[in-house]
Design a protein around this ligand. Structure first.
Ligand code: KDO
Length: 330
């Protein structure tokens, strides 16, 4: 081979190497949640979110709080030990007390209302604070469902009509101040406990009951160890998809857009599925022998709203925000 041929061959090979697209590197995103893998939010993240971002993200979900304990996820994201979680407003309220406005009973009215609130500019200062001070981006809002009071006792032992009927009832609530406040506002004696311990606590009778939406009662099989559900609908509950700002900042603009769209699509799909489940599950749970009925919801609403409005929590709510939230509802 002459010198000139050799150098053109080298040039060709070099061009070929340069033209070969390098295998795009993906970022591993560990997601931790206390939820089961059959939870609708978990399913939507695996089936809708993960495939849509698979080009640049390797999604690694951890269920049943197996990676990070419930309530410690935001700190883990902030310190770089986790990249993603399904965070509650109650967890955020531990860092930023004003988030307790989204934890108050009978404030959010529906799944649709939650989305309107999350996308409204009233949320901007809340989102900005979490991003700046915790390094966490709140990507989208997920619908958990309407929380109901679920007890071991059957209605012939205890019927729940008004908050007074819950006096002395040891009601498991998740472990933070705003959750405990809600339990008290309902008239119960709240007991803090991690989600993963609730089934056994109900089974052994170390608590009288717990509150969660119907799809969670089914997912976590609480119906196996309880007898009744009083449809108080005291909290139209939400979770945020929380994402590491450090990872977000490493992504290109197109990747950020794709990630945002994927999170919104997963939330929309989970919301639809969760709403359908709430519709269907009264029949399923009744077949399992559960007694399900409506208490005096107006009495619960009145007591719970009064408790919040006169509380220290409400004193942290930014002026005018509750009115704006209400204006976005019916
Ligand atoms: C729970 O511990 O009762 C709760 O419903 C609280 C929610 O904020 C959320 O953490 C949820 O658990 C988990 O995702 C499990 O469904």
């Amino acid at each position: 081979m002459t010198l000139s041929l050799k150098s053109s061959a080298i040039a060709l090979i070099t061009t070929a190497i340069l033209a070969t697209p390098t295998l795009a590197e993906t970022v591993t995103v560990r997601m931790s949640t206390p939820a089961t893998d059959t939870d609708q939010r978990a399913i939507a993240l695996s089936e809708v979110f993960a495939p849509a971002v698979a080009d640049f993200i390797t999604y690694e979900p951890h269920y049943n709080a197996s990676l990070i304990q419930q309530g410690a996820e935001l700190e883990a994201i902030a310190s770089g030990d986790l990249e993603m979680s399904i965070a509650s407003a109650q967890e955020l309220a531990q860092f930023f007390p004003e988030f307790s406005i989204f934890t108050a009973g009978y404030v959010h009215q529906s799944a649709e209302h939650q989305v309107a609130v999350f996308n409204d500019e009233l949320m901007d200062p809340f989102k900005a604070k979490v991003e700046e001070e915790l390094g966490v981006k709140l990507l989208t809002v997920m619908y958990l469902g309407q929380r109901q009071v679920n007890l071991r006792q059957c209605p012939d032992e205890l019927t729940v009509k008004t908050p007074a009927d819950l006096a002395g009832v040891n009601l498991r609530m998740p472990g933070s101040e705003s959750w405990q406040f809600l339990g008290k506002a309902l008239g119960a004696n709240p007991t803090p406990m991690a989600f993963t311990e609730v089934y056994t606590a109900l089974q052994t009778g170390s608590v009288d009951g717990q509150d969660n939406p119907l799809p969670t009662v089914v997912d976590a099989k609480f119906y196996e160890v309880t007898c009744q559900i009083a449809l108080t609908s005291h909290l139209v509950d939400l979770n945020y998809v929380a994402f590491s700002k450090a990872v977000w900042d490493e992504l290109t603009e197109e990747q950020q857009t794709a990630l945002q769209e994927a999170a919104d699509a997963a939330a929309a799909s989970a919301r639809q599925a969760q709403l359908e489940k709430e519709e269907q599950l009264v029949a399923f749970l009744t077949e399992q022998g559960m007694k399900i009925y409506e208490p005096d919801v107006a009495a619960f609403r009145e007591a719970v709203q009064a408790a919040y409005l006169s509380s220290d929590l409400a004193a942290t709510w930014p002026e005018g925000t509750l009115d704006k939230i209400n204006a976005l509802g019916n």
